[in-house]
Design a protein around this ligand. Sequence first.
Ligand code: UDP
Length: 255
Amino acid sequence: MAKRRQIYEGKAKVIFEGPEPGTVVQYFKDDATAFNNKKKGTITGKGVLNNRISEYLMLRLADIGIPTHFVRRLNMREQLVREVEIVPVEVVIRNIVAGSLAKRFDMPEGTPLPRSIVEYYYKSDALDDPMVSEEHITAFGWASPQDMDEIMSMSLRINDFLTGLFLGIGIRLVDFKLEFGRLWEEDQMRIVLADEISPDNCRLWDVHTNEKMDKDRFRRDLGNIEEAYQEVARRLGILPESGMPGDMQGPDTLQ
Ligand code: UDP
């Protein structure tokens, strides 16, 4: 098979030209980075697990009517997605105080928030992803007010749904990051969920032990990173007990 043309290489994924117009292939790497690339490492098998986890979550979100870029998984490390124009804004949704929020307001990690908080960060490695408001986003033309209304309402719906989905498997969704893209169909533009949803961009804590099951294990050198990602996949029902990827099943519900 002819080698596909690489369009872009990010920190955790490579984007290749897709087999048909309007599609691209997302290849999930095992590379991990944190603190704006200052910490680098490899998490063996992460790409395979994130490919599966993100596929599963995007499909469940599509089931409830959230438009996404996901088309289908191609193999262990690749998925076919619609080609979109990424809105250069990272949307962070928080349910429990952690990470940069804990630091900024000197609050203990684990404090439940009285209501979910949505934050926006401008996607720029050079600027270290500065936090921005909707005012900046619309003034600088990164997205229109209508785009932002859609992004905000979709993000809250995704948060409600994923919070319940994870709670059902004994995991608290502390916070997570989403990215959206513009999809052009004839003359119509639609905002769709893009990028990935995986333990790389969510904080996931075990409900009973509060054990971290996400990239904080890498950021904070907590060890057992591979096991944590595997456990998330296993609870979602996308890894059989043997630990090798198998056929898709529904999630195990914890009593
Ligand atoms: N996050 C992400 N990419 C980023 C920054 C944050 O995926 O570039 C995710 C992160 O995994 C966490 C949430 O967004 O689930 C909130 O991150 P926070 O602002 O606390 O920053 P961090 O502590 O990760 O630097």
